[in-house]
Design a protein around this ligand. Structure first.
Ligand code: MG
Length: 273
């Protein structure tokens, strides 16, 4: 039947969007999450967080859908979720995984080379004790362990002067790396983003579920969400208590929530649906 051929899929950022910026609570969104599940609208957790961090939350939310980690570096699909394993996926434990970036070990061996050129000028997660990571990030030891459980990129702490830092970034870029300046760290990874991951997974839903149309809705609050907010059929920007909404190039099909975090997620998404 025609009306069953079109399906909606929601891709949502976590911190500052589904989760409150300060308390990390998702309570204000819980009722709507349940309704979406009942209406068979998959909610895809789409985040800069690691697999280990997302898996804990996924259990808490009882979310059994695929999820996107480390800013689009990889998509984890529970085995058997689709009728057939997507061709591009590798099979690891209970998941089919589509990877869009080189793995962490690739970047770690590049950093070993960098140590010869930029001796004692930087440190990075893999070279730090987890107690130290907890100290420099302000995370608890347990959270620091989950955050250190990265698969596709490496946070770097630059210890030298600013001029050398630019040379360091240029060198890593020449070697095929993509360096993002975060609040505390430089983040080294390959070229991937939430938008490319969204497009790949949406196409997979369409083929695997034999749909005539798939309507994607992306929800996010900051710069690393822009790629998916641009790419989705509809975009919901969640207002942040700490920064201005990211600017989009698109002129239609986007909304800005009135409320912050999960409250804005709830009221904003209800309006769109
Ligand atoms: Mg966010």
């Amino acid at each position: 039947m025609e009306e069953h051929m079109s399906r909606k899929v929601v891709f949502t950022d976590l911190d500052g969007s589904l989760l409150d910026h300060d308390s990390y609570s998702h309570k204000a969104a819980d009722a709507l999450l349940e309704e979406l599940e009942r209406d068979q609208i998959p909610v895809i957790l789409t985040t800069s967080k690691t697999r280990a961090e997302v898996e804990a939350l996924r259990l808490e939310l009882d979310n059994r859908h695929p999820f996107i980690i480390e800013n689009g570096a990889a998509i984890y699909i529970p085995k058997g979720y689709f009728p057939v394993k997507p061709e591009a996926c590798i099979e690891v434990e209970d998941f089919w995984i589509a990877e869009f970036c080189e793995t962490r070990s690739h970047w770690l061996s590049l950093l070993e080379k960098a140590k010869e050129l930029f001796t004692h000028k930087f440190s990075h997660f893999a070279a730090m004790k987890e107690e130290v990571i907890a100290q420099v990030t302000g995370l608890s030891l347990e959270q620091a362990q989950l955050a250190n459980n990265r698969e596709y990129g490496e946070p770097i702490s630059w210890l030298g002067v600013d001029k050398g830092k630019q040379e360091f970034i240029e060198w890593l870029t020449e070697q095929g790396g993509h360096v993002l300046q975060g609040g505390r760290f430089l983040h080294l990874s390959g070229f991937c983003n939430k938008g490319e991951a969204l497009a790949w997974l949406a196409a997979e839903y369409k083929t695997q579920w034999n749909l005539s149309e798939i309507k994607t809705i992306a929800i996010g609050d900051s710069g690393n969400d822009v790629a998916m907010l641009e790419k989705a059929d509809l975009a919901l920007i969640i207002r942040s208590p700490v920064h201005a909404p990211p600017k989009l190039k698109r002129l239609r099909g986007f909304f800005i929530s009135e409320e912050f975090g999960p409250r804005g997620w709830n009221s904003g998404l209800r309006k769109i649906l």
